[in-house]
Design a protein around this ligand. Sequence first.
Ligand code: SAM
Length: 290
Amino acid sequence: MTRIPIADPVRTQAIVNRYLKTAKKSLGQNFLIDLTVIQKIVAAADIKPGDQVIEIGPGIGSLTEQLLLAGAKVVAYEVDDRLPEILQNELPQDHLADFKLVMQDILQANFKQDLAGFFQPDRPVKIVANLPYYITTPIIFNLLSSGLNFTSLTLMMQQEVADRIAAEPGGKDYGPLTLAVQNQMQVEQALTVSHRSFWPQPKVDSAVLVLRPLPKPRYLGKTAEFNRLVKMCFAQRRKTLNNNLKAIVPDKEQRAEIFEKMQVPANIRPEKLDLDQFISLVSLIVKSKA
Ligand code: SAM
């Protein structure tokens, strides 16, 4: 018997009518109703039988279902207490043994405790999610600092945020978020997704990125300091780097020395510097303060 996927628009509507009535906007609930998109996400995450997957926000289970059918073991974090009953009843019953639901804000997760006894502790996990968009960046940075052993993050997010993360130097999307993420992870753009692939439809289109942690951050000093100083360099985007640097390095001669060592003109705009140049710049700023 072929089963109708949860992601089918008619089945989603039936589930919503039966249990939910409405989606909670405050929790970023936009459920995927396009099976092809979900299959592309599962392929982008390279899910193989036996893979250990953490899903953030399973919702009514559209993506969870396909992860389970691909043979993954899934631990999912959710906060809407209307959803456990739906997941229990609607996910493929012959895969429920491979599914664990943790009713907890992902930003407060205790991975060690939650994964113990369900995942093999010596094997890395893959993280897959159609994210609740209101906390996209906190989730990424929390996962990075969590100590969790993961090989990839395959994440659906607003197109605009994906564009900022994947940006190249020079354009309007390039900035502190680009540099903070690319300092720690390799970024791959997997697919773009129309707002019509969701119920309810969000106003904007979405994109899926695959982020893979680098063995160590590119900037070898303190990551938090790198992120903070880069942010200050972009504080006034329209101004030159020299102008922005005044708040960090007030001494004119010290600034001139930094520009000379970097071999860039003082009137350069911050978005023109690539990641390597920002790494040199931050190292020089830190040195100037030592
Ligand atoms: N995965 C489902 C899908 O693709 O159809 C639902 C995705 S929906 C965009 C985001 C989900 O994240 C919702 O189910 C929402 O309740 C859940 N959520 C919101 N805030 C959360 C948080 N802090 N921790 C865990 N889940 C959260």
